[in-house]
Ligand binder design. Structure first.
Ligand SMILES: Nc1ncnc2c1ncn2[C@@H]1O[C@H](COP(=O)(O)OP(=O)(O)OP(=O)(O)O)[C@@H](O)[C@H]1O
Ligand SMILES: [Mg+2]
Length: 291
């Protein structure tokens, strides 16, 4: 082999090999909502880019059953998804795709609901592959689909943190409350953080969050944290049409500013003060909830 070919091969091998950082704790965040179409996928993607700006390594897993969303929002087409991985016995590294700024993502695929009908062997394989991400990223973001299914509920219960997205519409607030109630009935120590999306004014953003927190406190005796709000901003729609995340295409927009702010708040909220947390605990809990 000539020198050039040798160097190229080394380069490719180097790029293909996943890099792990020793002692890196991989935080798992589930992004969810009651009502659909409230902005979960846009939030997940742009929040991920905000975390990356702070030096984090982030992987998004698109658990949306209907349509693979995240890839469309960044103009990248996905070739492989989780179901391919399970069916063909390929590894998680074979299906991980690259997005902008070092963001990586994994598509659930349009048949992702089948994940809940897998036999034990395949399910085990799925968990084993997911577990490989431990130490690979600082944060794993799970973008869930519309509506609350049994599957979504498990990912909510197993995550370190849950970002619950609602808009100021009363129906959206009530559906978000239903998610909190349903999940809280099954597990009491879930860490919810409310994000109000599409707020017309700062006041509306604040009041919506307070309303949801108040209802949870009154009826469930549960403290729900309010992370903040993202304003209704035409740049979001423009960015969706351009298939370029607003955090990158309109970095000075109100929406991007608010994401930067929310990332700061979220990161400075500090470490989870729990005995069991991170990717390993996440997989262990998923296994338990799947039974
Ligand atoms: N802050 C915002 N300002 C203006 N428009 C927004 C904002 N956030 C989201 N949108 C609009 O709402 C639409 C739905 O957003 P998105 O696809 O992120 O929602 P979703 O909750 O992931 O939907 P689904 O439940 O179907 O997965 C987007 O196409 C975008 O145009
Ligand atoms: Mg979505």
């Amino acid at each position: 082999m000539n020198d050039q070919a040798q160097r190229l091969r080394e380069k490719v091998n180097k790029e293909a090999a996943p890099v792990f950082e020793k002692d890196r704790r991989t935080k798992v965040i589930t992004v969810t909502s009651g009502k659909g179409g409230v902005g979960k996928s846009n939030f997940s993607l742009n929040f991920a880019l905000g975390l990356i700006e702070q030096g984090q390594k982030v992987v998004i897993i698109d658990l949306d059953v209907g349509f693979a969303n995240i890839d469309l929002l960044m103009g990248v087409s996905t070739q492989k998804n989780i179901l391919d991985m399970i069916d063909k016995g390929s590894t998680i590294w074979d299906i991980i795709e690259k997005g902008p700024k070092g963001l990586e993502f994994i598509a659930g695929g349009s048949g992702f609901s089948q994940i809940f009908e897998l036999d034990d062997g395949k399910l085990n394989y799925f968990f084993e592959q997911l577990a490989q991400l431990n130490g690979y990223a600082d944060t794993i973001i799970l973008d869930t689909g519309a509506g609350i299914s049994n599957g979504t509920l498990r990912f909510i219960m197993a995550a370190d943190e849950v970002l619950l997205i609602t808009t100021p519409e009363p129906t959206s607030i009530m559906d978000a409350y239903s998610v909190v109630k349903m999940a809280h009935n099954k597990k009491t120590d879930i860490r919810f953080h409310v994000v109000v999306n599409k707020a017309a004014t700062p006041k509306e953003g604040r009041q919506t969050g307070e309303k949801l927190a108040l209802v949870a406190k009154q009826f469930l005796k549960l403290e729900v944290a309010v992370l903040g709000y993202v304003p209704e901003d035409g740049h979001v729609t423009k960015a969706v049409k351009k298939q370029d995340p607003f955090y990158l295409s309109y970095p000075n927009s109100k929406a991007a500013d608010s994401i930067r702010n929310l990332v700061d708040l979220f990161v400075s909220n500090g470490e989870v003060n729990r005995k069991e947390s991170g990717m390993k605990a996440f997989i262990a809990q998923l296994r338990t909830f799947w039974k």
